[in-house]
Structures are given as structure tokens and as C-alpha cells.
Write a protein that binds this ligand. Structure first.
Ligand code: NAD
Length: 371
């Protein structure tokens, strides 16, 4: 395959983020969508909309089950855009089938599966990319480069906040499908953003407070997930991150960061100051606008880093390199998330490396079941 040919991606999943990636792929230089599959059976009992989404976006090859997509010779890379609990199964099967993978956040739900994904990709010489788009957002990459050029001296404190009213699909509230609540869903963005800004130095201490402030009515037979989290991370060498992630904010979405250094401070607002300010009682589809006040971007896919991450992954695949965000990063994030659930449950700071004691319950499920 000539190295300049776009990398051929097959998506698995037909929900919100699959639609976003299909739109982003139309802006990519180095990657294109060639196929789309649904998981096969939606255990939530709904009819998957893959055939309609593929037709809307001009994707010619549609498979109603993900397994034929893994055998499709046209597909070089499998992009996993399914509920969190299904990531490991489809990712490992894709790697076994010899495909590169792009996995949506969080990488998977257990440290054992994360290790399997990292190891299998390495053994097979395949790229396992981790779709954390915050590390490709133009405002955040500019902030990082300003700091690297010395604009604020040495970074010692990072405060980041990403918060909205909560997800649109029921599976996010099921501890077995979502694998946790707002921390698993939104906290993973915050954690990887902080790791990346601190040069991916190891995190040594994690302290978390997790609450369910608004979504008590979403209790399932497997328990109740958190809808708000506050995290305190201490990095090796001394940097500190204070992170807030939540599904509790009424009236739109906030995504901001404050970076304090020994010689300055830098504020980033991802969503405001777009030049557009809208009040809409009904909102639009979840990927577009939430009801209430919003500040739509004229180029929101680009401002959110989606085409840039896919092009980075494609270039790594073509060059045999490592993408900026890869499965090892997803694994590191998951370890911090597990430590955070253990911290919230035990009411103490957890030191990393973290592994639950042999035979101990998954700390995420233990947290949800105990509420
Ligand atoms: N990076 C980001 O900004 C971002 C944003 C949203 C979602 N995500 C991630 O993308 C993944 C998919 O999320 P989404 O927002 O597209 O979800 P969604 O609910 O919009 O779509 C989920 C897809 O999985 C299928 N599905 C749902 N429940 C299922 C079940 N029980 N069994 C089998 N199939 C099922 C649906 O048919 C659909 O194709 C998640 O891992 C999520 O964390 C990432």
C-alpha cells in the first residue's frame, strides 16, 4: 500500500460518536471511512441504526454484525465506537484479526483487559490508538506549546473542569455497561488531559470525592453511578491536578482549564468566545447543541480535535510509529480511575501503582453497588 494512500477505517457502532467520527473523517487528509458495522445485537433492546448512518454518510459497506467487518479485506483499521463494556471484546477480536484499532475512551473496563490490549497490539506489531481528542484540541495544543516555550515558567498546578447535564443513552447509567458514572465517562478526558500536560509523568497519588447529586432516579439493579467527581492527582516530581467532571450542570456545557506556573498563569476556555451565542429551548441532536444557552462553533469538529486525532492515528499506522494517544495511555487513565473509585469508597488517598488485592471486587462496581 503506497504510504500516501488514506488509511481505510471500518467503524463499529452507529451512535453519537460514530456519527461524529464519520463527519470528522470527511475532513481528514490521511484517513477515510470504508465500512460500518453494528455490534450485532443491541443488548439494550433497541434497533441499531448503522444501515441508515452508513447511507447518510456515503459509507458503502455495511455489516449488521461486527465480526464480518473484522474479516473485510478493505478494512485496515477498526474504530470501536460502542458502549464501554464492549470495547475490550471488539478491540481484542480486531487485533486477533490483524487489524489496527482506534478505541474510544475509556479504553476498556478492567486493568486485565487493558493489559491484554496493550500486549496483543505490541505482539502483533499493530497500532492501538486511544481516542482522547482533548490532546488534539487546537486551544489545548497551543496552551501546551506556550508552556513548553516557557510562557508561564514551570507548570505546577492544573485545574480542569468539563461538565454538562448528562448523557443521552441509558447504558451510561448501567454500572455494567458504562463501567462507572461521570468519572468513567468524563473523568477519563480530564485525567488524560492532565497527564499529557504534565508530560505523561506517572501519577503517584489519587484522592477522589464522588457523588450522585442529580441522577438518583437512574438507579439500576446493579447500583447507582456517580454523576459528579472531584479528583486530586499528584504527579511524580510534584505537579498537582485538580479536576472536576460531571453530569450535573444545568444550562449547557463548560470545558475550561487554568494552568498555574512559577512565572505566569494561562486560562483556556474550550467552548466560549466562539463569536456565536445561542439560546435554544429545544436544542438539537446531542452531538450538536444541548437545550438552553450554548456557544456554537463554526468549525466544531476541528475545534474539538476530532479530525486531527484521526489523522495522527493514520500517520502512525502508515509510518509504523506510535500515535500521540495510544492504548498504554488508556491503560494509565484506567488505573487512575480505578484508584479514584477505591479512594472514594475507602475515604483515603490511594498510592499508585494500584491493583486491587487478589480476589477483591472491581472497585468501580463495588462503589456503584454500595450506594
Ligand atoms: N471522545 C468523545 O468525545 C466521546 C463522546 C461521546 C461518546 N464517546 C465514547 O464513544 C462510545 C460510544 O458512545 P456513544 O455516545 O456513541 O453512545 P450511543 O449510545 O450514542 O451509541 C452506542 C452504540 O452502541 C450500540 N449499543 C448501545 N447499547 C448497546 C448494547 N447494550 N449492546 C450492544 N450495542 C449497544 C448502539 O446501537 C450504538 O450503535 C463510548 O465508549 C463513549 O464513552 C466518546
Amino acid at each position: 500500500m503506497p504510504s500516501s494512500d488514506p488509511v481505510r477505517i471500518g467503524l463499529v457502532g452507529s451512535g453519537m460518536i460514530a456519527g461524529t467520527h464519520l463527519a470528522a473523517l470527511q475532513l481528514c487528509q490521511h484517513a477515510k471511512a470504508v465500512a460500518l458495522a453494528d455490534y450485532g445485537r443491541d443488548r439494550g433492546g433497541r434497533v441499531p441504526r448503522g444501515a441508515a448512518l452508513a447511507a447518510e454518510r456515503g459509507v458503502v459497506r455495511y455489516h449488521s454484525d461486527y465480526r464480518p467487518l473484522l474479516q473485510d479485506p478493505e478494512v485496515e483499521v477498526v474504530l470501536v465506537a460502542l458502549p464501554n463494556a464492549l470495547h475490550a471484546e471488539v478491540t481484542l477480536a480486531a487485533l486477533e484479526a490483524g487489524k489496527h484499532v482506534i478505541v474510544e475512551k475509556p479504553l476498556c473496563l478492567s486493568l486485565e483487559d487493558a493489559d491484554r490490549i496493550v500486549d496483543l497490539a505490541q505482539k502483533r506489531g499493530l497500532v492501538a490508538a486511544y481516542a482522547e481528542e482533548l490532546c488534539y484540541v487546537p486551544k489545548f495544543t497551543r496552551a501546551k506549546s506556550l508552556i513548553e516555550q516557557g510562557a508561564i515558567g514551570a507548570l505546577f498546578l492544573l485545574k480542569q473542569r468539563e461538565i454538562h447535564a448528562g448523557p443521552y443513552s441509558d447504558w451510561f447509567f448501567d454500572p455494567h455497561l458504562g463501567g462507572g458514572g461521570a468519572l468513567m465517562d468524563m473523568g477519563c478526558h480530564a485525567i488524560e488531559y492532565a497527564r499529557w500536560m504534565f508530560g505523561k509523568r506517572p501519577v503517584r497519588k489519587v484522592t477522589a470525592q464522588l457523588e450522585t447529586f442529580v441522577h438518583h432516579h437512574r438507579r439500576t439493579p446493579s447500583g447507582l453511578v456517580d454523576d459528579h467527581c472531584l479528583l486530586h492527582l499528584v504527579f511524580e516530581g510534584g505537579g498537582v491536578a485538580v479536576l472536576e467532571a460531571g453530569w450535573t450542570l444545568k444550562g449547557g456545557m463548560d470545558s475550561t482549564a487554568e494552568l498555574q506556573g512559577t512565572e505566569g498563569v494561562l486560562h483556556v476556555d474550550l467552548l466560549k468566545n466562539t463569536g456565536l451565542r445561542l439560546y435554544s429551548e429545544r436544542g438539537l441532536a446531542p452531538q450538536d447543541l444541548s437545550p438552553g444557552w450554548s456557544t456554537p462553533d463554526h468549525d466544531s469538529l476541528w475545534q474539538n480535535g476530532y479530525p486531527q486525532e484521526l489523522d495522527d492515528f493514520a500517520l502512525a499506522i502508515r509510518s509504523g510509529g506510535t500515535p500521540r494517544e495510544n492504548a498504554a495511555d488508556g491503560r494509565a487513565v484506567l488505573e487512575i480511575i480505578w484508584a479514584a473509585y477505591a479512594s472514594a469508597q475507602q475515604g483515603r488517598t490511594i498510592e499508585l501503582p494500584y491493583r486491587p488485592e487478589a480476589g477483591a471486587q472491581n472497585p468501580v462496581l463495588a462503589f456503584a453497588e454500595g450506594r
